[in-house]
Design a protein around this ligand. Structure first.
Ligand code: SF4
Ligand code: MG
Length: 334
């Protein structure tokens, strides 16, 4: 399958200043990320809070400009993109954020909210706008359409609001949707319904999706591949099935062990395991960022030298010294 988006050593750092002028350091929210995302592919991006997932999301959709490295979309680098090319890129990439109510302008009608991106992007033909608007509303089961158009966001349920946000992200026919914990603020009863709807739209439109989540239990229904992020880096990339059967990176193993505990449906619990704190992105540990929490740490190596990406069989990649000379996740018995 054709590559849609690639990241090469992507970095997004934020400068921290004291009293507004004194340089304290950089928060290395995204710090050397490499990936290839294919057309129509669904990826789940998982990891604890504070590991850089949302910063990576904002870098990919063009809200944050990368400090270093580059993104290549359909073979074109967007590093030195002009404003015009950048806005074209942004129209190819939709964004669905966590809090639907916060994402919707409260004083606009649903009609206006869904039309706005098309007006901004120069779709002048009113009939064309109306056609697209009705098309996405139908796909998202926001019907009968006329019942919604004159309403304001606060008049809708949380699930309906999030479907409006998704509809809005689709009106420009993007090739990629970035969905940052799209259902985590909704009632459990509507989560599955929305994810299923999203999944259907994704395959029908051949849309690539990066789905950011805390909830590993939804991943297998939603994605072909999974990326595990830790300390500003992607530490494991794998097809979902292989990763769930045989996680490679010790951090991934700890995450899976945590969700297979009886209490694992509780999302907050996920944040507490594995033991220890996620690394500071202002002063990350030397070597492998997971080493202070890793029970397999090789002294003199893991705490000194950053592990590169090692390629395993079955399209798997992991950044861990245990895989230095290994082909297969099962070769490393831990
Ligand atoms: Fe653990 Fe070393 Fe692998 Fe890091 S590189 S996860 S410290 S074994
Ligand atoms: Mg976040």
């Amino acid at each position: 399958n054709e590559v849609l988006l690639e990241a090469h050593d992507l970095r997004t750092w934020f400068e921290i200043k004291k009293w507004g002028f004194l340089h304290v350091g950089f928060v290395r929210a995204v710090d050397g990320v490499n990936f290839k995302l294919h057309r129509g592919e669904s990826i789940s991006l998982v990891g604890e809070s504070g590991c850089g997932k949302s910063s990576l999301a904002k870098t990919i959709i063009g809200i944050n400009r990368p400090t270093d490295g580059e993104l290549v979309f359909e073979g074109k680098s967007i590093k030195a993109a002009s404003d015009g090319d950048m806005s074209e890129y942004k129209s190819e990439v939709g964004f669905v954020q966590q809090d639907p109510y916060g994402a919707l302008p409260p004083f606009m009608t649903i009609q206006r909210i869904l039309e706005e991106p098309m007006i901004v992007n120069g779709i002048k033909d009113k009939a064309e706008r109306q056609f697209r608007l009705e098309e996405v509303m139908t796909e998202l089961k926001l019907t009968p359409i006329v019942d919604f158009l004159d309403k304001y966001p606060h008049m809708l349920s949380g699930g309906q609001q999030q479907r409006i946000v998704i509809a809005r992200s689709l009106v420009l026919n993007p090739k990629l949707i970035m969905a940052d914990e799209p259902v985590s603020m909704l009632d459990a009863s509507v989560r599955v319904e929305i994810l299923e709807l999203f999944r259907k739209i994704q395959s029908k439109r051949e849309l690539a999706i990066i789905y950011i989540t805390h909830d590993l239990s939804t991943v297998r229904y939603f994605s072909e591949r999974i990326w595990v992020m830790y300390g500003g880096k992607i530490v494991e990339q794998s097809p979902v099935r292989e990763l769930l059967l045989e996680p490679a990176h010790p951090y991934t193993r700890a995450l899976l062990a945590a969700i297979s505990e009886p209490d694992a449906s509780n999302i907050d619990k996920f944040k507490k395991v594995p033991p220890g704190e996620p690394p500071s992105l202002l002063n990350p540990p030397a070597g492998c960022r997971f080493h202070p929490r890793c029970e397999y740490m090789i002294a003199g190596l893991c705490d000194k030298k950053e592990p590169p990406d090692f390629e395993l069989a079955d399209n798997r990649i992991t950044a861990c010294w245990l895989f230095k000379d290994k082909e297969d996740a099962s070769d490393v018995a831990i």
